[in-house]
Design a protein around this ligand. Structure first.
Ligand code: PRP
Length: 208
């Protein structure tokens, strides 16, 4: 049995649809319930619904053999696992945004509000810019509006949240999408089955 951690929510439903189309269906997952584990012994798969930002933890520690995580989480936490395939869904970008009237003279330490401290630190280190990180857990767009920070480093998908809060993108940091990841020892010991799944999913990615 291959244990698969799926990110709970809209992205997870799309991901499951790809696994289903790839031949790894598990009909019970579609029934209305609060269950978190579903298996199809015939196909040799067991799915878990996991909070999206926790998928890499389950996979890194081997509670799941494979899973689907956003590139944002992989860059932020740098888990020890293998990234096998870009599923080309859940596409967005990591970007720097600020109020339209904010001008960065570069003279003082830049106050950066974000959930993604590691990504923000690495980005500004690459520019040689000194920053003060303000770690927030959500509604990041509020920070520059209320003067808590000069800029934010956050995910931009449609750009609607920025627009409706009078913010604008100042720099793109990195494109983001959902990635198939594998536990390192599962990948060695169950390589044939995992490789089959990768090939079947690859065919689905090409169709999207
Ligand atoms: C994410 C992100 C932005 C928003 C971007 O927030 O942090 O706030 O989505 O999407 P958009 O460009 O399509 O408007 P999320 O909904 O995950 O909530 P939170 O970060 O505030 O918890």
């Amino acid at each position: 049995m291959i244990n698969i951690a799926l990110p709970k929510g809209r992205l997870g439903e799309k991901v499951y649809a790809m696994f289903e189309a790839a031949g790894y269906e598990c009909p019970s997952i579609k029934e209305e319930s609060r269950k978190l584990i579903f298996e199809n012994p015939e196909k040799g798969v067991r799915y878990f619904w996991v909070k999206p930002s926790d998928v890499s933890i389950y996979v890194e520690r081997g509670a799941a053999d494979i899973g689907v995580a956003g590139k944002d989480i992989l860059l932020e936490y740098e888990p020890q696992l293998y990234e096998l395939l870009d599923l080309n869904i859940g596409k967005c970008k990591m970007a720097v945004a600020a109020k339209k009237d904010f001008y960065d003279s570069g003279d003082s330490t830049l106050k950066v509000a974000t959930k993604f401290c590691n990504i923000a630190r690495q980005y500004y280190a690459s520019l040689g810019r000194e920053i003060d990180i303000i770690k927030l857990n959500g509604s990041i767009e509020l920070a520059p509006v209320l003067g808590l920070s000069d800029v934010i480093v956050d995910i931009v998908e449609t750009g609607k949240t920025l627009k409706e809060n009078d913010l604008e993108v100042r720099a793109d940091i990195v494109p983001i999408s959902a990635r198939l990841v594998a536990n390192q020892s599962a990948f060695r010991f169950q390589s044939q089955k995992i490789e089959e799944i990768v090939q079947e999913l690859k065919a689905q990615v090409q169709k999207v």
